[in-house]
Design a protein around this ligand. Structure first.
Ligand SMILES: [Zn+2]
Length: 328
């Protein structure tokens, strides 16, 4: 019978054909999975489970190596890597409400519409998480900085440095931007230098900072609030980034990028936090311990570590105002 291949085949041929059909039927789902996993367009997923696992392992290695040394607590915790287009998230640990399903070594689920998607720390599904929008930075050190930045936000309440915000509108004014950018240039010069040259640049940075704060009433308080929030988070990210030369990393990274931002009202702390943190450390100041002691005394943590030339190695000039203008 034409049209019925089976009848035209000898018995051995029929057996082989049926076997091959079964083989390909069995192979098809696996082949499709392979194609989906290796073709981002078809898969419509920002990352694969394997990539998510790699990021989780990177964060885990850093927090384990830190072992609570930086802030007195482990920075390790729940991570959510979220595709903002689909709200699909990969997680590194189960949630207590069963919203995440295990997929091999990671977990996967959908973040509901009532949750704001952002790089942030949040309470969700019965736990506290650090959330990251995909894609993550491709450079390993920048990725580590972001991961640790948000992991610090996750524990900041726990260590007594709670989340806070201030408007800092003055940093979008001409004078605010002018004196802030002078401060950044002086900070970059200080991080690049050593010895007397460094202390001279630090003195410049503090003079520019104080001049700005003298122009705008309330500026010091508002800037301190943001430096204690975003500044400490970014310092933590930089400090644990694994960059071989942290000073150079900040000069070429935060300090250079900061000036390109359209507004400085929040982002300024991303530059100031790591820069002052590294300079204070280099000067032997125990500023992190001082910040944490406020947790014990339960005083409001609205002040940055007090920055002055004396603490950072040099007495301030006698006529500060004239010196500031001359140095600008
Ligand atoms: Zn932040």
């Amino acid at each position: 019978m034409i049209g019925n291949g089976q009848t035209n085949l000898p018995r051995g041929g029929v057996f082989i054909k049926n076997s091959m059909t079964r083989f390909f039927r069995g192979l098809l789902p696996a082949a499709l999975l392979f194609i989906l996993a290796n073709c981002p367009d078809l898969a419509a997923e920002a990352i694969t489970g394997r990539e998510a696992l790699q990021y989780f392992q990177e964060a885990d290695a850093i927090t384990r190596a830190d072992g609570g040394a930086l802030w007195g607590v482990s920075l390790g915790g729940g991570l959510l890597l979220v595709d903002p287009a689909t709200r699909i998230a990969y997680a590194n640990r189960p949630d207590s409400q069963g919203r995440l399903a295990r997929v091999g070594p990671v977990l996967r689920g959908e973040i509901p519409m009532d949750v704001n998607l952002a790089n942030t720390a949040l309470d969700w599904a019965g736990g506290k998480w650090s959330m990251f929008l995909l894609p993550l930075p491709t450079e390993r050190e920048k990725r580590a900085t972001l991961l640790l930045h948000e992991l610090w936000h996750r524990v900041q309440d726990q260590i007594g440095l709670p989340a806070s915000a201030a408007a800092n509108h003055h940093l979008d004014s001409r004078d605010g931007r002018y004196w802030l950018q002078l401060e950044w240039r002086a900070l970059a010069a200080a991080l690049a230098a050593e010895g007397a040259e460094r202390t001279r640049a630090i003195t410049d940075a503090i003079l520019f900072r104080e001049r700005r704060r003298a122009i705008f009433p309330g500026a010091a308080g508002e800037e301190n609030v943001m430096e204690m929030h975003e500044g400490l988070a970014e310092y933590t990210g930089v400090k644990l980034s694994g960059a071989p030369d942290l000073a150079r990393y900040v000069i070429d990274g935060e300090l250079k990028e900061a000036a390109k931002k359209e507004t400085f009202v929040r982002s300024f702390a991303y530059a100031n936090g790591p820069a002052y943190g590294l300079l204070l450390e280099a000067a032997g100041a125990s500023w992190r311990e001082r910040s944490l002691r406020k947790r014990i005394s339960r005083r409001p943590c609205s002040r940055s570590p007090k920055l002055n030339s004396r603490r950072m190695g040099r007495a301030p000039p006698k006529n500060a105002r004239a010196s500031t203008t001359a140095r600008a």
